[in-house]
Design a protein around this ligand. Structure first.
Ligand code: NAP
Length: 226
């Protein structure tokens, strides 16, 4: 069990982030929940309990938001882990048909927001010899025709392994969580046969609970059902 260690999670308002928050709180973590939707975060705090969960309204694409959220999380308890999980998809696929404004949003959240989260979290994780988790994707391990979303996840996979090497210098750990399709609000319609947020959360908990000296560099999980 994690005692009073804080896990900071971006994209915590729904889907994988919310499921990880609930699973981690049940395993004894305090969870600091960051996303833009204050109402959803407050509802989740109500569910988990305010002694274990803290809501932090934050747009990960804004450096000052992320810095403030991390500072607030650190007042909740020492940050032993951070999960850069916030991400968004794309409406119009393809390079030729795609919308540059959508590409900018994808890069702002999936790449820039992830980098800002890592940068803000690292001094805290260095102090605790802590753990960084990043949400990659099956789309970052395979090629999809014209996919800018997939390429944003290739960044996460490449950077995640580089970050693992940097954190190793001071005893920290870094894990890329790479799911195939997950049935979450990421999609407008249900995805029967896909993974659940809870199943991906279990993968994150598995990485977090490894004994000292073990770094799970990647968990790549896909549904058998589709
Ligand atoms: N679903 C899948 O099939 C799948 C597969 C592989 C990987 N992934 C990845 O898993 C991660 C979580 O996605 P999910 O499936 O759980 O979908 P989701 O339910 O739509 O969750 C996305 C989360 O990101 C947050 N978010 C989006 N833009 C943000 C911003 N600018 N600032 C702060 N938070 C922001 C959303 O909260 P607010 O809207 O409240 O800000 C929400 O909490 C993403 O990185 C996604 O790319 C998903």
């Amino acid at each position: 069990m994690a005692d009073d260690k804080v896990l900071f999670i971006t994209g915590a308002s729904t889907g994988i982030g919310a499921a990880t928050a609930k699973a981690a709180a049940a395993r004894g973590w305090k969870v600091a929940l960051a996303a833009r939707s204050a109402d959803k975060l407050e509802a989740l705090v109500g569910e988990i309990g305010s002694e274990r969960a803290l809501a932090l309204t934050c747009n990960v694409a804004r450096q000052e938001d992320v810095a403030q959220a991390i500072d607030a999380a650190a007042t909740f308890g020492p940050i032993h882990a951070a999960f850069a999980n916030a991400g968004c998809g794309i409406g119009t696929p393809g390079a030729e048909a795609g919308d540059p404004e959508e590409w900018r949003q994808i890069l702002d959240v999936n790449v820039w927001g992830l980098l800002l989260t890592v940068k803000a979290a690292l001094p805290h994780l260095r102090a605790t010899k802590g753990h960084m988790l990043l949400t990659g994707s099956q789309a970052g391990r395979s090629h999809l025709a014209g996919s800018v979303y997939g390429a944003s996840k290739w960044f996460v996979h490449g950077f995640g392994q580089n970050l693992a090497l940097e954190m190793k210098e001071w005893g920290g750990r870094c894990t890329v969580i790479a799911p195939g399709m997950v049935d979450t609000p990421f999609f407008d319609e249900p995805k029967p046969g896909a993974l659940t947020g809870e199943q991906v959360a279990a993968a994150a908990i598995y990485a977090l609970e490894q004994p000292e000296g073990v770094n799970v560099r990647e968990v790549y999980l896909t549904p058998t059902g589709r």
